[in-house]
Ligand binder design. Sequence first.
Ligand SMILES: [Zn+2]
Length: 557
Amino acid sequence: MEWVKGVSSINWDTIQKLSDLDQKVADLHRQGRCAEAVEIAQQALNLASRTFGPDHRYTQTAQKNLLLLHKVKTGQSPGGQALKKKTRKKNNFRVSALIKLLPVILCLSIISTLGLITGMVDKSETAAAVPAELPREEKNLPYYIVQADFYPQSRVIEGKEEVTFEHFDPGEEVVFNLYLNNYNDRSLQSSEMRKYARARGREPGYINVQNVYYQGKQIPYEQTGKILKVKLNELLFSPGEQTLTIDFKAKMPFGADRVGGNEKGMWLGNWLPTISVDGKESVSTDVGDPFVNFSSTYEVSFSVPYDYNLVISNTNLAEDKHGKRKTYRGQLEQVRDLPVFLNRDYNLKTIQSGKTAINYYYDNDGKPTEVLAAANEALEYFRKNVGEYPWKQLNVVQNDMYLSGMEYSTLILISNQAIKNNLKKTLFHEIGHQWFYNIIGSDQYNAPYMDEGLIEFIGMKALTDKTPQSWSHLTGLNKSLEEFDSWEQYRTIHYRQGQKWFECLYSLMGQERFDRFIQDYYKNFKYDYVTPGEFEAFLINYINNRSTQELLSYLEN
Ligand SMILES: [Zn+2]
């Protein structure tokens, strides 16, 4: 392929040898000759480690293969603790099916893991057939019960959150993200950000944790910056499901930001304490979307003054104390966050799109007919080409923020500027994030191309008559958010170069295989969080030759 560069630097002889060894392992395993299979797998590991070093993905794959064989030999399941008996009904997905499938999983895991290396060299035409839905390790997802009261004069939300989650080691702290502290004053570094976000004045926002309770007892906690750490009391601890209750006070920022507001409305995303995906503090960045959570269920009771309207998907007015306060209640399932839109004087227009109601909240010049038509078109496109949209609502909110659009779970923001100049593309992009961000979560900090680049590529195919190309010049995409000084730099890499990377992948695969790959990606990783490594490992089940390996090298250090 035209864009392939530096092929000669790759050690193809060794890759071929590894491939042969793995084929042998697979054959021996199939014949039930486990001890011999382990021996050969060990040889493969030694060879990979000697040639590529311990951190290379070939070595890691060889290691995984060996580990898997050892586990099979000793009768241990590779699912490990994920196969523990579940007690919580809510969020309990596919578990019984998984237990029934255990023998199949053992076999599939080995075949698919070995597949990472076998067939490495130019066998694209015979890429392994992948079952439509591979069983994956299951975990009960966090469940939040939120009670909140909004006070508009001070822009404060006082709230209580009860969160139920799995935790097995009392020595390990439970880590929560406090993303709202991105909007305190310190976090706004660059002049670009200041200029836009403060164009019409800005006041900071923040969240402070006030109490944490475990098993009815108040326990110590540590809040620093954008993180909350809680150590569960060992005397009360038993491994498995845990429940913590957190009292908090949140102040909503005021300004033209993606969490912000004006006289008429306030839009909030990622404002609650949420369990960290990787146990680390998210880094403050001026560009990109450094927010991602586990897919979770939220049960909500939220009160506002009588002259405010509250928009949270699946939540309805439940109580109206006339002239005083109103309370909304509902439950939103399997989402990454609980976005909220509070408003007083917005217009609303709704259309039905399949099982989903698209609600558009707009101000003056909101172009409701055009916006709803474009939103419907985008929703239909992703439903047809990727997979189902599982929620009953999609809320679209017009506002005056400095970004053109912003994605939250089941709620997207679109700016006045975008409505004026770039309505169709912006809506398509933000609605695409319902699939790539909300349904399939990915590493927003290290690998934004996984959602931004992919959505840009799909948008190019859907909205323009350009043909995807095999670009001869690509830039490495292995750049985390920290490395960018401006939105323009970030967009150049993860949106534009990301799009080109997917164009190359599409050119290698051809339309039919690419479509199957994307649809299977959806089925396999629905409501999951996917790391770049998992993405690559999944991809090479569909195409795996020298060109693919070269293309993948643009994703790595
Ligand atoms: Zn985006």
